[in-house]
Design a protein. Structure first.
Lengths: 207, 206, 115
């Protein structure tokens, strides 16, 4: 049953973060909270770690650009607490006049990796401290822009023949190394010590 | 008529030095008969049309009774490339390479509206018809086409193959990409990709 | 009779293969010669280095499998012989014991550890 009442998380957030919580709304039974962009990472970390909140599942990260050009871009985080069976939607507004940047939450939820890559690919919003920020839906050398922005034409900027030429010339695996590909598939077979070495970025010599 | 390619198609010098006679005609008949009765498909299924292809291959509509017994997902032993489903630009080099790696004789069927013309997806991400990338022999309209439609396309392809002559070398040339990295002339690609029908009303900031 | 079968088989193979070689089209292009990697450009060499543990496992299997193979006819002979049964048993036990020492050595050396 959907209810029109605000989730108790809003009051808890306001109590914890005060002015960083800008406003909230209930829409179709879902609670939406707008937060300040510079505190977004801390707020999400608290929502995940606080025992009363326990939002351990990141359902989705997406972005919205409204047709009214004066409205800012919004990055939307959809959270779920599996234990409490509660949902929460967090929105971060980004001013279009400034560089579109927000802190990455990959360190909080590992699933944010691809979700943030998709937002970057479609909207051009950069995520600070993302381990691997590159395009995911379009090919990596896609040069036409960010497709889901409102100023991006439905059929793209380039002519069809140019799009075809660029698509045929693109190599989706060009920026992978053989090591990355073969290691990625057998990562779980590596020893812990080797995984740590790889994470530190050391390339040891094969004895 | 409108069935010839605007850019004239691949340019071929001569057909064959030998004149067709009774022997070559009978040999052609034999070869074409064996080719049409054993067209092994490579289903390049990307989306919904692939489901209809699976339905056609299953027991009710059974393409195996028409010789398409062995479907492989490798181009090496395939005769027909059946592109079933929409093709994103990201997948374009893949289908081109798969087509290039099919040995002659090879044909292709463009199954469904998306493979034939881009279908309902007239946008930045979808190829507006795979004939801008690979040569197509038969187009199947439908979204998705019914299995009977795909079977009819297979029959049309069989008729087309039966009309081929062994002596005609132009049929078996490898139509590879041009030096500009395109299969068709840019003007042709742009012309066939022009929006039509209801698509002309869908502009959305373009 | 057998010769006829063999000749027929070879002739059929030769005919189908030979006719294919003779009459078949040959249109080699650069891309066609490349290995098929699901439509992707080729990455890496097909000849990769294998981990040596596969070799180890194969070697150990051969050794202990041959030991087992020797045990089977021994079991048949043991069943058929009525006299000297103790001697036969002790002989096989010595055989197994020698190989068991080797088994223990291999175990302690860690050859059974996959990771």
């Amino acid at each position: 049953m959907t209810s029109a009442t605000v989730s108790p998380s809003v009051a808890a957030l306001a109590g914890q973060f005060g002015a960083a919580i800008l406003r909230d709304r209930v829409s179709c039974g879902d609670t939406i909270v707008w937060v300040a962009p510079d505190r977004a990472h801390d707020i999400l970390a608290w929502l995940r770690d606080d025992p009363g909140q326990d939002f351990n599942f990141l359902t989705d990260i997406t972005a919205v650009e409204y047709r009214d050009g004066e409205l800012p871009l919004e990055v939307v985080y959809q959270l779920r607490s599996l234990g409490r069976r509660a949902d929460l939607r967090l929105k971060v507004e980004l001013d279009k006049a400034r560089p579109l940047e927000v802190e990455s939450v990959c360190d909080l939820w590992a699933g944010a990796n691809w979700l943030e890559r998709e937002v970057f690919d479609m909207f051009g919003i950069a995520f600070r401290n993302h381990p691997d920020l590159r395009r995911i839906l379009m090919w990596e050398t896609y040069a036409e822009g960010y497709p889901l922005r409102k100023d991006f034409p439905l059929r793209g900027h380039f002519s069809r023949s140019e799009q075809t030429r660029q698509a045929l010339a693109a190599n989706p695996e060009a920026h992978y190394s053989l090591e990355e590909l073969s290691i990625a598939s057998s990562y779980h077979e590596l020893s812990v010590e080797m995984r740590e070495r790889l994470a530190r970025g050391e390339r040891g010599e094969v004895a | 008529m409108g069935l010839t390619l605007p850019d004239g198609g691949p340019q071929v010098a001569e057909v064959s030095g030998e004149s067709p006679n009774w022997v070559t005609a009978r040999l052609s008949d034999l070869v074409n008969w064996s080719r049409t009765r054993s067209l092994w498909p490579m289903p390049f299924g990307t989306a919904c049309c692939a489901i209809e292809f699976m339905a056609t291959a299953a027991s009710r509509y059974d393409i195996s009774r028409f010789g398409m017994e062995r479907q492989g997902y490798t181009p090496r032993q395939a005769d027909v490339l059946i592109c079933a489903g929409r093709l994103p630009f990201k997948l374009a080099p893949v289908i081109r390479r798969v087509w290039d790696q099919m040995p002659q004789p090879k044909w292709s069927i463009s199954m469904g509206a998306c493979a034939s013309s881009g279908g309902i997806f007239d946008n930045y991400a979808m190829v507006q018809g795979i004939d801008t990338i690979i040569p197509v022999d038969v187009y199947v309209p439908g979204c998705p086409p019914r299995p009977e439609g795909l079977l009819y396309a297979i029959f049309l392809l069989q008729k087309k193959i039966q009309g081929e002559s062994l002596m005609d070398q132009s049929l078996r040339i490898e139509r590879s990409m041009g030096p500009d990295g395109l299969f068709r002339a840019p003007a042709v690609i742009d012309e066939v990709s022009e929006p039509f029908g209801n698509s002309v009303h869908q502009t959305r900031s373009s | 009779m057998l010769a006829l079968v063999v000749i027929t088989a070879v002739a059929m193979l030769g005919l189908s293969h030979g006719l294919g070689l003779l009459l078949g089209t040959r249109r080699k292009t650069a891309i066609k010669q490349l290995p098929y990697e699901s439509g992707m450009p080729v990455l890496g060499d097909a000849r990769e280095r294998f981990s040596v543990k596969f070799y180890l496992v194969a070697m150990l299997f051969i050794l202990f499998d041959i030991e087992t193979v020797f045990m089977v006819p021994w079991a048949v002979a043991f069943q058929q012989m009525v006299a000297d049964r103790l001697f036969l048993l002790v002989e096989m036990l010595v055989f197994i014991f020698i190989l068991a020492i080797g088994y223990l050595y291999v175990w302690k050396r860690g050859a059974f550890q996959w990771d």
